[in-house]
Design a protein around this ligand. Structure first.
Ligand code: HEC
Ligand code: HEC
Ligand code: HEC
Length: 459
């Protein structure tokens, strides 16, 4: 017994010393002092380099840090997620991707998925719909006649080197499993759009400048418009292999496991964000690490993994028709841009130069924003503060794609506003949106607060 105890003490001491060594240089006086422990579980002791790589034996930043292959695109040396980085996480070296985000799916097999840890979960997340997106691609390609198969065969997946790869189910599913349980045999990368052909060749007779060109198949734009759409638009926002676009208030996230398990500040409504509502919607850092600027967007709130994931973390991706379950669950829709539009458009039409237009559309693909005030980031940031002035709806504080989400309220068939118990509410009632909605009622707020407190206690 005594021997066991002393062995445990010895083991703990050695493990402690090993952990300290892996963090030594990083935690030295001029660097990441006071940083929160990312992995708070007492069962494991991880040093900085277990997750990030790099060299903890030095206090010289440039020797300790892993350096990027593409410094300009990362805005190196900033650690903020760059705006609209799209495929950057695939083009960068594995070592640097791991250094900036150990939870990225290229790095996760080495870090989170290390043999003793979460290997199963890493495997499953790589096969998740949130990583490969096969459902929407399959539906779009089949329903628009681009691919004659109802079973999805295209999905997104990359190996640790950043190369597109096929995913297989091993052993291959039986026809029953495929039919009754929806198990897929394999998924392959989308072909390059230049190699695709229009499904219906008669489309080349379409009139106007948007016609699909009069050259041969595979040249200019005489390609399949559905494949082009899937590759060139943000129907699924970037999927889990990539960072989010990090370019709007209420639209910040990382990639891989980090996308869900490390929280970003996106929404000031405690019903959506729980305890993190107070950190705002600008993706700012509140870490005790003195090296992280607190006035720059695109940082996690703190250096902490959590299992208490509020809906605001999911709604960053789940806003688009196709994946919009989270915004709808919260009671919002990306809907007409006219309801309560008085406050949304300038009195005189805006005159944007072609450069300004293309800059605005790169952020927010919705062309109505070119006329509206919400292409202006400071207007968007404070949009939900207009709520007390609105007559028909209420705006959300999250803004995936830079969009405006409007709350949907229950009406009867004659257009009378109804409360949660189906009692009519007068349109003139100045408090109509305040007290009668389930998520605004005192009771619901108290229940939510309790849930939040419990979650915080657990975290
Ligand atoms: C369990 C794995 C793990 C450990 C251990 C760990 N980190 Fe991290 N670290 C992460 C993850 C995940 C992120 C989040 C990246 C993101 O949000 O994209 C991160 C982010 C960071 C950032 C950027 C924060 C920001 O606001 O931009 C710094 C700096 C950092 N870690 C330093 C450290 C230091 C110093 C240590 C050791 C004391 C350490 N990390 C230990 C996983 C870890
Ligand atoms: C789409 C969001 C999402 C992503 C991506 C994600 N997780 Fe999770 N994870 C969750 C949620 C939600 C829970 C459950 C939290 C709870 O209620 O305890 C969870 C729970 C966990 C748990 C604790 C429960 C258990 O089964 O042991 C671990 C460990 C974990 N995740 C690891 C990972 C790893 C590793 C990755 C990356 C390969 C990852 N997660 C990616 C959302 C996510
Ligand atoms: C990286 C963006 C992203 C994040 C973050 C994210 N999702 Fe998803 N999720 C998706 C996509 C894309 C799909 C596939 C939707 C489709 O094909 O229509 C999906 C599908 C789902 C599905 C249905 C399929 C499945 O795999 O079970 C559920 C449930 C879901 N998400 C819940 C969540 C929850 C809960 C969170 C937050 C903890 C979350 N998601 C965070 C992108 C994301």
């Amino acid at each position: 017994m005594i021997l066991r105890t002393s062995l445990t003490v010895l083991w703990t001491l050695t493990a402690g010393a090993a952990q300290a060594q892996k963090s030594e240089g990083c935690l030295s006086a001029k660097c990441h002092v006071n940083t929160e422990p990312m992995h708070a579980s007492p069962a494991v002791r991880l040093g900085c380099t277990d997750c990030h790589g790099g060299n903890a034996a030095t206090e010289e930043k440039l020797k300790a840090h892993v350096l990027p292959k593409l410094p300009r695109e990362w805005n190196w040396p900033s650690s903020a997620n760059p705006e609209r980085s799209y495929t950057l996480t695939l083009r960068e070296s594995l070592d640097y991707v791991r250094f900036v985000n150990p939870g990225d799916l290229r790095a996760a097999p080495q870090t989170c998925g290390d043999a003793a840890c979460h290997r199963d979960i890493v495997y499953k997340v790589q096969h998740s719909l949130m990583t490969h997106g096969a459902f929407l691609w399959g539906a779009a390609l089949y329903n628009n006649g681009a691919v004659p198969l109802k079973t999805p065969i295209f999905g997104e997946s990359y190996d640790p080197l950043g190369h597109a790869r096929r995913l297989y189910t091993i052993p291959a599913p039986s026809p029953e499993e495929m039919r009754l349980k929806g198990v897929l045999g394999h998924l392959q990368p989308l072909p390059q759009f230049e190699a695709t052909q229009p499904g219906n060749t008669l489309r080349v007779f379409e009139r106007g400048i948007n016609r699909l060109s009069n050259r041969g198949f595979g040249t200019l734009t005489r390609t399949d418009p559905v494949f082009q759409g899937l590759q060139r638009t943000r129907l699924l926002d970037p999927l889990l292999h990539m960072l989010g676009t990090n370019d709007h208030p209420g639209d910040y996230r990382s990639s891989g496991c980090t996308a869900c398990h490390v929280l970003y500040a996106n929404d000031r409504d405690p019903v959506h964000s729980g305890a993190i509502a107070r950190y705002g919607n600008l993706g700012r850092s509140f870490t005790s690490d003195p090296t992280i600027p607190k006035n720059e967007s695109g940082h996690p709130i703190q250096h902490r993994l959590t299992r208490s994931i509020p809906s605001s973390q999911c709604v960053v991706c789940h806003i688009h028709p196709g994946t919009s379950y989270a915004s709808q669950y919260l009671g919002y829709m990306w809907w007409d841009n006219e309801t309560d539009g008085e406050l949304m458009y300038p009195p005189q039409p805006k005159q944007l130069s072609p450069e300004q237009q293309s800059r605005a559309l790169a952020r927010n693909p919705e062309s109505a924003s070119l006329r509206g005030n919400w292409s202006d980031q400071s207007f968007l940031q404070e949009l939900s503060t207009l709520n007390p002035k609105l007559k028909q709806t209420q705006f959300a504080d999250f803004h995936g794609h830079g969009w405006v989400y409007r709350a949907v309220f229950k009406h009867d068939r004659k257009g009378t506003l109804l409360d949660a118990e189906d009692r009519p509410v007068a349109h003139e009632d100045p408090d109509k949106f305040k007290s009668r909605l389930p998520w605004n009622s005192q009771r619901a707020r108290r229940a939510q607060d309790q849930r939040t407190r419990r979650a915080v206690a657990r975290a």
